[in-house]
Design a protein around this ligand. Structure first.
Ligand SMILES: [Zn+2]
Length: 229
């Protein structure tokens, strides 16, 4: 009886406050989560068509592999997927998209731990969470591996990268990171996780620090990869 009442209540609640697709805003139907079926099937997923461009980028950044979920374009409505996580505090969406990315990395072997690209403590306090940590949590739930949020610290509270040109992005974020406690990741293959890789400036700045760790190898996973790279 209690379950019946709670089901009636939740149906009534959904009538008043229907769940909507984070991309197009249409009301979701039962079985749909975060995205409507049309948006989910239209998501420009990484289908491995860009392997050559990825190789150029990984060589440039000094990383082993780059994994990404979908092509990120600020002119496309799919950018709202990341916006909803970062600026509308949709934490569950962060974990869910991380799981989706992890599912597509299932053939990956040998990742020892996950390092989310850190926010500056002030920004994390203001936002209440680090979106890269949420995405990393989703990936870890599929692939396993421990999350190591203390290895990298963001010591400069840089302004947002959004809207900056490539050179400005690099200047903005260079020297923004420092190493914390690295003893647990020496000799490890780490997966550095961020929400979006656009110019690669943030990853490059992280790599400057991570490469100082003895025997470390780094791969990168992100939800969105900008097509302009
Ligand atoms: Zn939709």
């Amino acid at each position: 009886m209690t379950r019946f009442v709670s089901s009636i209540f939740s149906r009534f609640f959904r009538l008043l406050y229907p769940r909507t697709c984070v991309v197009c805003g249409d009301v979701l139907v039962d079985g749909e989560l975060f995205l409507c079926s049309a948006c989910l099937s239209g998501l420009p997923l990484n289908e491995g068509v860009d392997e050559e461009a990825d190789r150029v980028l990984t060589d440039d950044l000094g990383i082993e592999h780059l994994y990404w979920l979908f092509r990120y374009d600020r002119a496309s409505d799919f950018h709202k997927l990341v916006y909803a996580i970062k600026y509308r505090s949709n934490r569950e969406l962060g974990v869910w998209t991380g799981k989706m990315l992890g599912e597509r990395m299932k053939d990956v072997r040998g990742i020892d731990c996950i390092i989310p690209v850190p926010l500056h403590p002030e920004r994390e306090k203001k936002r209440g969470f680090n979106q890269a940590f949420l995405i990393g949590t989703g990936i870890a739930s599929v692939l396993g591996g421990r999350i190591e949020p203390e290895v990298l610290r963001r010591v400069v509270n840089t302004p947002s990268q959004t809207g900056l040109e490539r050179g400005q992005r690099a200047d903005n974020v260079a020297k923004a990171f420092e190493l914390g406690n690295t003893t647990r990741v020496e000799g490890c293959h780490v997966l550095l996780v961020d929400d979006v890789v656009t110019s690669g400036a943030t990853i490059r700045a992280c790599m400057m620090e991570l490469s100082k760790i003895k025997g470390v190898r780094v791969s990168v996973a992100c939800l969105g990869k900008s097509g302009s790279i």
